[in-house]
Design a protein around this ligand. Structure first.
Ligand code: FE2
Length: 326
């Protein structure tokens, strides 16, 4: 049987590993499967290199880490819910900003597509998936953007301004399914140019979703504290939606952006890469790319829950799903 090679992602990072040697054969070995789960728990993120670039392999690799979660929204495009449950498809076609700037942003003097500010996935949901496995099938050429950034929440907690951290340690942030950057109230370090029809459809669906609450800091089973808050989808602080609370929220988001940016790992995608991250620990972001290039990424979602999120008004996911199914 083949074996895998494991090394730390980078000597200066508190998280991340690189694993080579993923094949159907190595994935069938229970010892290797156990080893991969241990690395994931310990390092919070794994870059798999030299992997067969197929949905079949993505699902086989994902199954090592737990059952796949069906996506909780109706408007997120899927690959094939029957054959490939939980594989979502994020595909953007080239867009000429001279003709149409909708959905694009301007940041640091550049117009970019597909930017996603620092966040954790399913923040708008009560339950938080344990992990995502992502691959980039089509990406902009090197130097044209399209990297995905990752930052360790355990490190972020340590690095966070202690005075600010003490103020928010026991507070919950409020999140919404409305993912439009044009409506993002906090941590707006960019200019927007209106919304695409797809963004407007999600905004419509968001009206059927209650808002979700998640702690800004939580403690893992191993006792490590995780700073777990980001500007994307966040609309305020629970029980503090007033001028003072909103000013605090802005201060928090600017500190998150500053500190995440300072110690982020930015992944430059190859078609044969797959990458898993612990969605309860590691924050991620997409830098955005030159809109003239097509970009297509696909993600599987590993089920689970850390048990600390809830919907406003005590709604349950089942009630929400029934609402959006109609
Ligand atoms: Fe994400």
């Amino acid at each position: 049987m083949g074996d895998i090679k494991v090394r730390d992602l980078r000597a200066d990072l508190s998280f991340g590993a690189i694993v080579e040697g993923i094949t159907y054969e190595t994935l069938a070995d229970p010892r290797i499967r156990g080893q991969l789960v241990e690395i994931f728990e310990d390092r919070g993120m794994i870059v798999f290199t030299g992997v067969e670039p197929s949905q079949k392999m993505q699902v086989a690799l994902s199954n090592v880490f737990g059952p796949l979660k069906k996506h909780p929204t109706a408007t997120t495009p899927r690959v094939d819910e029957e054959m490939m449950p939980g594989v979502i498809d994020m595909h953007s076609m080239p867009q000429d900003p001279e003709k149409d700037k909708s959905g694009l942003i301007e940041m640091n003097g550049k117009i970019v597509a597909r930017h996603a500010p620092w966040h954790f996935d399913h923040a708008y949901n009560d339950k938080l998936n344990h992990a995502g496995i992502l691959r980039a099938i089509i990406n902009a050429p090197k130097g044209e953007g399209g990297r995905t950034g990752f930052a360790d929440g355990v490190q972020l907690y340590k690095d966070f301004d202690p005075v600010l951290r003490a103020k928010i340690e026991h507070l919950n942030a409020i999140y919404t399914l409305d993912v439009r950057l044009s409506k993002q109230p906090f941590g707006r370090n960019f200019t927007t140019f209106g919304d695409t029809p797809a963004l407007l459809r999600t905004a419509e669906e968001a009206k059927t979703f209650p808002r979700a609450m998640h702690p800004m800091v939580w403690t893992r089973k191993d006792g490590k504290k995780v700073m777990h808050v980001g500007p994307w989808m966040c609309v305020g602080i629970e029980n503090h939606e007033d001028a003072e609370g909103n000013a605090l929220c802005e201060e928090v988001m600017q500190e998150v952006i500053r500190k995440c940016d300072a110690k982020a790992y930015w992944h430059d995608w190859k078609p044969t890469d797959m990458l898993i991250w612990d969605n309860w620990r590691v924050m991620h972001a997409v830098e955005g790319c030159n809109p003239m290039y097509e970009r297509r990424t696909q993600r599987t979602t590993i089920e689970g829950d850390y048990g600390l999120g809830y919907f406003e008004g005590g709604k349950k996911i089942g009630e929400v799903n029934r609402e959006i199914a109609t």
